[in-house]
Design a protein around this ligand. Structure first.
Ligand code: EPZ
Length: 423
C-alpha cells in the first residue's frame, strides 16, 4: 500500500490545472454501450475509477483505448455479456451506471447490488423504480439485480427520494429513456453539471433531451445512437479542494480550467468565510485573508452546497475565529474523517448528522488513515497546514478521484512525496 508524506507549513503559490470530472466521465463512458460506432472522449482523467470502468466495459464487450494525445476511444463490439459481476461492482459504486444502457441497448442487465461504503448505505431502489416505470422487469438472483425489457416505453416518472434526487439514478433512467419508445418525463431529476454533461454528450450521439440541469428532463426516444467526440467538463470537486488548499496554506493559487459557475454555493460560502476568489484571464485566482470567519453549512443536492466538499471545508473552518456548524443532509454518516482530523488537533464534535467545528490556532502532523475519497482529500489538506509531518495512509482512496495530486501540489510548492508502506 502507498502513503503520502506531507511536511506542513509551505505556502502554495502558482497555477494548478483542474482535470476532467470523474463523475461526468464515468456515466458518459457507460453511455457508449448505447452507441453504434466509435466515441472519442477528451479530458477524461487518468484515475483508478476510470481504469476500473474500462475493465468493466471491456468485460461487457466495449473496447477502450487511450491514444497518444490521452483521448479515450470507446466502441461497443460485442453485446453478448450483460453481467456486471460483483467483484467489479463492489469496487466502484459508479459501476451501477451500466444498468440503464445495458437494459436499453441489449434488453437485459445483470448487476450486483452495490455494497455499502465508507460514506454510508448506497441504495439503488430509485434506479430500479425509474427503470421499471419504463417497462423493465426486475428479479433479485444471488445478490444480483436481473432486469429485462422486451421494449422500453416512455413514461412520466418521479425520481425523488428521502434525500432529494439521485445523481446516478438520473443518469441510469436518462440513458434508458433515450432509446425507449415515445416521450419520457423525469420529475425531480438531479441537476448536477455532470448530468448536464451526460445529456449534452447523448444529444451529440443523436438523442433528443431537453431540460438537463433542471429538475424536469424531457426525452423523446430515438431508434439508435451513433458515437460522438466530446470533451468532459472540468472536475468541480477537485477545483473546490484546491481552493481550500490555497486558503489553508495562506497561499495564492490560479486554478486553470475551473468552471466557477459549477460551484456557486461553495464559492459563496468561501467568500463569506474570508477567501478572495476572482475569475482572471488565466483562470480562477484564490487567496485568503489571514482571519477566517466561522459559518454554518448544510449539504444539499445541486445547486446547494456539495456533499463532496464537506470534509475538505471542515478543515478550512477548523482555522476560523469561532465555532462553525456543518450538517450533512445527503449522506448523514459521511463523517469518518472527524476522528482522524481530531488526531491532528482539530476540535470536532459530532452530534448526529451535524458536526460542531471549534476554531483552533494550529494543527499538528500525525499518521492518519484515509477511509474514503473525499475524507482522504481532507487529510491531505490538513497535512498541508499542520506543523510537522503527516502520513496519509491508504492512498488508493485518493487515487480514485484525484489525478496526479502529489505532482500538482508539489508544482505549487507543497512538500509532499508518495512512499510505499513496508507492511
Ligand atoms: C453521486 O453518487 C456521486 N458519485 C457522489 O460522489 C456524490 O456524493 C453523490 O452523487 C451526491 O452528490 C458519482 O456520480 C459516481 P445519489 P450517487 O444517488 O449517485 C440516496 C465522490 O466522492 N438514494 O445522488 O450514488 C442516497 O443514499 C462520490 O465522487 C436513495 O435513497 O448518489 C443518498 O442519501 C461520493 N435511493 C442520496 O440519495 C436511491 O435509489 C443521494 O445519492 C439512490 C440514492
Amino acid at each position: 500500500m502507498e502513503s503520502l508524506i506531507i511536511q506542513g507549513g509551505n505556502r502554495l503559490k502558482g497555477t494548478i490545472p483542474v482535470s476532467g470530472a470523474k463523475n461526468a466521465a464515468l456515466p458518459i463512458m457507460a453511455a457508449c454501450i448505447l452507441c453504434e460506432g466509435e466515441t472519442i472522449l477528451h479530458n477524461v482523467p487518468d484515475l483508478r475509477d476510470v481504469r476500473q470502468m474500462c475493465v468493466l466495459l471491456n468485460r461487457l464487450g466495449v473496447e477502450t483505448e487511450r491514444d497518444k494525445s490521452g483521448a479515450l476511444h470507446l466502441r461497443a463490439e460485442d453485446e453478448m455479456n450483460c453481467h456486471a459481476e460483483y467483484e467489479l461492482v463492489s469496487k466502484m459504486r459508479a459501476s451501477i451506471c451500466v444498468l440503464g444502457p445495458l437494459l436499453a441497448k441489449r434488453r437485459k442487465a445483470q448487476i450486483s447490488m452495490p455494497g455499502g461504503c465508507a460514506i454510508g448505505d448506497r441504495p439503488v431502489r430509485l434506479h430500479i423504480q425509474g427503470l421499471e416505470a419504463l417497462g423493465a422487469d426486475t428479479d433479485l438472483v444471488n445478490g444480483d439485480f436481473v432486469m429485462k425489457a422486451k421494449k422500453l416505453r416512455g413514461s412520466e416518472l418521479f425520481l425523488g427520494g428521502a434525500f432529494g434526487s439521485t445523481v446516478t439514478g438520473t443518469a441510469n433512467v436518462l440513458m434508458a429513456a433515450v432509446l425507449a419508445e415515445g416521450r419520457t418525463v423525469i420529475e425531480s431529476a438531479a441537476c448536477e453539471p455532470e448530468i448536464v454533461d451526460l445529456a449534452d454528450f447523448l444529444n451529440k450521439c443523436g438523442a433528443r433531451i431537453e431540460g438537463q440541469g433542471t429538475p424536469r428532463i424531457v426525452v423523446e426516444g430515438v431508434a439508435s445512437l451513433h458515437g460522438a467526440e466530446h470533451t468532459v467538463i472540468p472536475d468541480r470537486i477537485e477545483a473546490g479542494t484546491f481552493m481550500i488548499a490555497a486558503a489553508v496554506s495562506n497561499g495564492e493559487l490560479t486554478l486553470k480550467d475551473c468552471r466557477i459557475d459549477h460551484l456557486v454555493a461553495f464559492v459563496d460560502t468561501l467568500r463569506r468565510v474570508g477567501l478572495n476568489i476572482e475569475k482572471g484571464d488565466k483562470g480562477v485566482n484564490v487567496s485568503s485573508s489571514r482571519r477566517l470567519d466561522p459559518t454554518e453549512i448544510t449539504t444539499q443536492p445541486y445547486p446547494g452546497f456539495p456533499t463532496d466538499l464537506q470534509a475538505q471545508t471542515m478543515v478550512l473552518l477548523s482555522l476560523a475565529d469561532g465555532n462553525s456548524v456543518i450538517t450533512e443532509k445527503i449522506f448523514p454518516d459521511r463523517f469518518l474523517h472527524v476522528a482522524e482530523l481530531n488526531r491532528m488537533g482539530t476540535r470536532l464534535r459530532k452530534e448526529g448528522p451535524t458536526v460542531i467545528v471549534e476554531g483552533v490556532k494550529k494543527l499538528v502532523g500525525a499518521p492518519v488513515m484515509a477511509s474514503d475519497l473525499r475524507a482522504s482529500a481532507a487529510l491531505v489538506l490538513a497535512g498541508l497546514l499542520a506543523k510537522g509531518q503527516t502520513r496519509v495512509q491508504r492512498m488508493y482512496h485518493l487515487d480514485r478521484g484525484y489525478e496526479k495530486i502529489e505532482e500538482k501540489l508539489k508544482a505549487v510548492g507543497a512538500d509532499v512525496r508518495r512512499v510505499t508502506d513496508s507492511i
